[in-house]
Design a protein around this ligand. Sequence first.
Ligand code: XMP
Length: 318
Amino acid sequence: DWTPASFIEETIANIRKQVGSDKVICALSGGVDSTVTARLIHQAIGDQLLCVFVDNGLLRKNEFEEVLSMYRDVLKLPVRGVDRRALFMKRLHGVSDPEKKRKIIGNTFIDVFDEEVADDKSFTWLAQGTLYPDVIESVSFKGPSATIKSHHNVGGLPEKMNLKLLEPMRELFKDEVRAVGRTLGIPDSFINRHPFPGPGLGIRVLGALSEEKLDLLREADAIFIQGLRESGLYDKVWQALVVLLPVQSVGVMGDERTYEFTVALRAVTSVDGMTADWAQLPWDFLAGISNRIINEVKGINRVVYDVSSKPPATIEWE
Ligand code: XMP
């Protein structure tokens, strides 16, 4: 029978066998999956592991600092924090196609990891928190136009990469990962975080990115997520997010005409992210969030709520 404890024991033994005396670099994204992966590998091989947490400029408000200090101070992971905001923004400049953005972000991560270990040849593995649904959605759902979305932490990329992939959770679903994480002593507050995609806010600012748009989205997202937490709704939904639409519309503020951006709020219930229903959040809660975003975030004058389920809509908009 599968239990978190038996999975951990078996996986630690496998990692030791697979890796031997080589070194492993683990890509931390700030999410649950990569964090559990790092913790597992750290228990298996100790300081043969180096974790790298990249600030790509696509993280949420204060996320880089907060998560980095949790990695260091709470989980005691051997982690290097690197600021590559400028590199990501440069490569993404003017790019609006969602798949191109995903590929650029994924490839840039790989380049950053390669570069971090370039002068130490004993690093031969790259560890990632790939889960079973990532594998399925990236590789197998091939219709006439192939992959639905290239989840960038899966397959495809390594041809140009010098490192071998270590993905100890490839066969797990999200609820199993959370159970493993809890058993490994990761705090509940972290384990219960909603999923957050590798390409981050890069696929939540629809179309071409700019610093200004990313900042608007960061502010709106912080208001929505904080509101969910304060209302006790955060743990009742599987994932919640804000999308900045590439649309401006007319509004009125006092006596002034405004012409500003729209954000869409999205919250879903789900078991594994493969299918999802839009969450029936209370109207008065949504009204409060809408007011706060429009009043507090200068540059946004309209808020809409996404009432689409997956399928046919996906959870993220890109
Ligand atoms: P979609 O939008 O395909 O998303 O319905 C399903 C779940 O996967 C997350 N997601 C990603 N996770 N790398 C990730 O690690 C990615 O590239 C990626 N794209 C989507 C999404 O947030 C949702 O939880």
